[in-house]
Design a protein around this ligand. Structure first.
Ligand SMILES: Nc1ncnc2c1ncn2[C@@H]1O[C@H](COP(=O)(O)OP(=O)(O)OP(=O)(O)O)[C@@H](O)[C@H]1O
Ligand SMILES: N[C@@H](CCO)C(=O)O
Length: 313
């Protein structure tokens, strides 16, 4: 049994992500250059949580905080007792409940902090065990699309070797063509993933599954080698139409963009719209008028995911 020494401290930086990219429902993720940052310090007594940034007024400050819950679960998985006290400083950059993977980002941060602190306690440099974090965060989320992108960066394709169980999770990175530019259109309004998942039917017609399979396969080719195929490659049959009533404004925006030839999809469970455009057309997307309360951004695609650095006490 390893104990975490008082004073041990790490800073964990982790990117948000977009899931699905159209036909890759629950399987494909894309890391986005919008970041959460967490300092985790082992102290002598009590749990103290400070939060600034996105949703700072909404998240709990007690043991039910998502990052703390995953940190504690990660320590338990590694056979390490939770220390008597922890100071968690959260700088939230990923908007919550918009389809940018905030919950996966927080879960990845918690599990990553656990592996980094245990590595420190065992004499290491505070490295994150990426593959373990990918397992634990994927299981926590119930689908690994967002979490794998936050763990490894870039575009990720994840599957289970024991379906329908989520784990063991396997993940490969898909090379993204240098011309591909993600633009996100983010509204003020929120939609929780659990609400968005509750409206999905438990079964889909075989015909739709077959159509979706072709586009999911095409998506990998389009993103990595032939961006000119992105419009066709981002058509899907499993979730967006089914959720239209949950995010009607997003779907109107998506329909308009696609009519103009832009590869627009719903980001994750929405309501953010992701446009997979190319460098020469990104300005065109930004110039389109947005409904009130929406903003556009070009976050970029980080090629690395979660990282921890040791903080000196
Ligand atoms: N940084 C964070 N700190 C604490 N709790 C968080 C954090 N980020 C997300 N959460 C929790 O997760 C909830 C949002 O999760 P939800 O799955 O609904 O949306 P999302 O992950 O942002 O979107 P999507 O999964 O569609 O990309 C928040 O309401 C909050 O309870
Ligand atoms: N694949 C998930 C992503 C959001 O967590 C969904 O669309 O429900």
């Amino acid at each position: 049994m390893t104990a975490l020494p008082e004073g041990a401290a790490v800073r964990v930086n982790v990117p948000g992500s977009s899931a699905n990219l159209g036909p890759g429902f629950d399987a494909i993720g894309l890391a986005l250059g919008v970041w959460d940052s967490y300092d985790v310090v082992v102290t002598g007594d009590s749990l103290v949580i400070d939060v600034t940034g996105e949703a700072a007024d909404e998240v709990p400050r007690d043991a039910s905080h998502l990052v703390h819950r995953c940190l504690a679960a990660g320590l338990a998985r590694l056979g390490v007792d939770e220390p008597a006290g922890l100071h968690l400083v959260c700088r939230n950059g990923v908007p919550h409940s918009r389809g940018l993977g905030s919950s996966a980002t927080a879960a990845v941060a918690g599990y990553a902090a656990a592996t980094a602190l245990v590595d420190l306690a065992r004499g290491g440099d505070g490295d994150v065990d990426l593959d373990l974090v990918n397992q634990l965060a994927g299981e926590h989320e119930g689908h690994p699309d967002n979490s794998s992108a936050s763990v490894y960066g870039g575009m990720t394709l994840s599957w289970s070797t024991r379906p329908p169980a989520v784990a063991p999770v396997r993940t490969v990175q898909v090379e993204v063509h240098p011309d591909v530019v993600p633009v996100v259109l983010v509204p003020d309004l929120t939609l929780s993933t659990s609400t968005a998942r509750s409206v999905l039917p438990p079964q889909v017609p075989l015909k739709h599954a077959a159509l979706n399979s072709a586009r999911a396969a095409l998506l990998v080719e389009a993103v990595s080698r032939r961006p000119e195929l992105l419009l066709d490659a981002t058509v899907e049959w499993l979730h967006q139409e089914q959720r239209r009533e949950a995010y009607p404004e997003s779907m109107r925006l998506l329909d308009g963009l696609r009519e103009l030839g832009h590869a627009a999809v719903i980001s994750g469970a929405g309501p953010t719209v992701l446009v997979l455009t190319t460098a020469d057309r990104a300005a065109e997307v930004h110039a389109l008028p947005l409904p009130q309360g929406w903003r556009s951004a070009t976050p970029g695609i980080p090629t690395v995911g979660v990282r921890a650095v040791r903080l000196e006490g």
